[in-house]
Design a protein around this ligand. Structure first.
Ligand code: CP
Ligand code: NVA
Length: 305
């Protein structure tokens, strides 16, 4: 079987995503019926974290164990990576001892260097540039609630960060329109997202106009991990980019609200929106588990159905 990695959303084709979504539906149904499904017996996942996490660690660790495998948690603090061991050396060693690796780190280039010498599949568990596992779970969640996402409009309000870049890649693959509104100075760098041309993307100076008529409104923290030094400045710059009840009214009664979490109520989203009727954030968090189980199955076993 050819070695595959999942380093950014554009690593998979539309057909591969359709397969993954179908497998996710089946794997989730088994789980909900308490039916054991153990295709990954004796397989071990190493999870390397250079940043904090609740959902990503939980969903990968629980997910691989539910599939019959096991997980190892490694943090920078406890490994030689934190003392300057070259990432290529770490990749050589780790990938001789485990079957699959998930990494959460800062630069995408570090992840790519690891994958470049790894003998086993490597998954991006978030970098400064991308968070593909998040948007995979989000798209599955949208489809569960509203059916196919092709032709729909997704509004991204706030920072043009790792999750936004990933939505941009997803828009091209799933053929939906992404409306992005950021404060001046925080605009999307289309090249960074690997997007050329604007068939699936439109920038809006006014966040309310970006959200108007959207099928899904989504946002994220104003200050991502690794950018904490800019926090005070960002709080000032982003103050008009909050998703609130007025914005959701403009989106429309059927619009969904998503947030990858963790959220800051009163900053990027008001409490009445995240805790209100448009919000599907808990389904979104849960679906990380089911989609990533399908992802690990695919990377380790290939297409099985
Ligand atoms: N959404 C997400 O990736 O959450 P964690 O940072 O808790 O893993
Ligand atoms: N953009 C956020 C996502 C956290 C899951 C960050 O990178 O901190």
């Amino acid at each position: 079987m050819k070695l595959r990695h999942y380093l950014q959303f554009s690593d998979f084709s539309r057909a591969e995503y359709e397969y993954l979504l179908e497998r996710t539906r089946w794997i989730k149904a088994q789980f909900k019926q308490y039916k054991p499904y153990h295709p990954l017996v004796d397989r071990m996942l190493a999870m390397i974290f250079e940043k904090q996490s609740t959902r990503t660690r939980l969903s990968f660790e629980a997910g691989v164990q539910q599939l019959g495998g096991s997980a190892l948690f490694l943090s920078t603090r406890d490994t030689q990576l934190g003392r300057g061991e070259p990432v290529e050396d770490m990749a050589q060693v780790v990938s001789r001892m485990v079957d699959i690796v998930m990494i959460r780190t800062f630069e995408q280039s570090l992840l790519e260097r690891f994958a470049g010498v790894s003998r086993v599949p490597v998954i991006n568990g978030l970098t400064n540039e991308y968070h593909p596992c998040q948007v995979l779970g989000d798209i599955f969640t949208f489809i569960e609630h509203r059916g196919p996402i092709g032709g729909k409009t997704v509004a991204w309000i706030g920072d043009s960060n790792n999750v936004c870049n990933t939505w941009m890649q997803a828009a091209a693959i799933f053929d939906f329109k992404l409306h992005v509104s950021t404060p001046p100075g925080y605009e999307v760098e289309a090249e960074r997202a690997g997007i050329y041309g604007n068939d699936h993307y439109a920038h809006f100076a006014d966040p309310m106009q970006a959200a108007r008529g959207a099928d899904l409104v989504t946002t994220d923290v104003w200050t991502s991990m690794g950018f904490e030094a800019e926090d005070a400045e960002r709080k000032r710059d982003f103050s008009d980019w909050q998703v609130d009840a007025d914005m959701m009214r403009l989106a429309g009664p059927g619009a969904l609200f998503m947030h990858c979490l963790p959220a800051h109520r009163g900053e990027e989203v008001s409490a009445d929106v995240i805790d209100g009727p448009h919000s599907v954030v808990w389904d979104e968090a849960e679906n990380r588990l089911h989609t990533q189980k399908a992802l690990m199955e695919f990377l380790l076993l290939g297409k099985i159905a």
